[in-house]
Design a protein around this ligand. Structure first.
Ligand SMILES: [Zn+2]
Length: 112
């Protein structure tokens, strides 16, 4: 029998004034935050090249514990002001666990 792992959310900080790949948000499984970060790195997340004044591009993860967990998108992402292209909003989460959180943006005419 396989234990179900915890689910973790890494939100990208637009270090240096821009976002890079592989995605704006990474959601991965891991028994610990360290294991989750290893999974995120496999997907391409890195803190190399983060701006010293803005801090690490990928900060600590939050554990996703229920459907009440909401991943908020901000306007800069939606209008791609600070992006280097067309990045996925959320990457890494196994399809069957996508019901464990919601993706939301609090602006008129926008709901996901
Ligand atoms: Zn900076």
């Amino acid at each position: 029998m396989t234990e179900i792992k915890k689910l973790w959310h890494f939100r990208q900080n637009n270090s240096g004034g821009k976002y890079t790949g592989p995605a704006y948000n990474i959601v991965v499984e891991g028994d610990t935050i360290e294991e989750a970060w290893q999974e995120a790195e496999k997907l391409g997340a890195t803190n190399d090249g983060s701006c010293p004044c803005c801090g690490d591009r990928w900060n600590d993860a939050n554990e996703i514990k229920s459907r009440d967990y909401i991943i908020y998108l901000d306007m800069a992402i939606e209008d791609r002001t600070y992006t280097s292209g067309n990045l996925p909003l959320v990457l890494g989460c196994p399809e069957w666990r996508r019901i464990e959180f919601r993706v939301s943006m609090d602006f008129d005419n926008f709901s996901k």
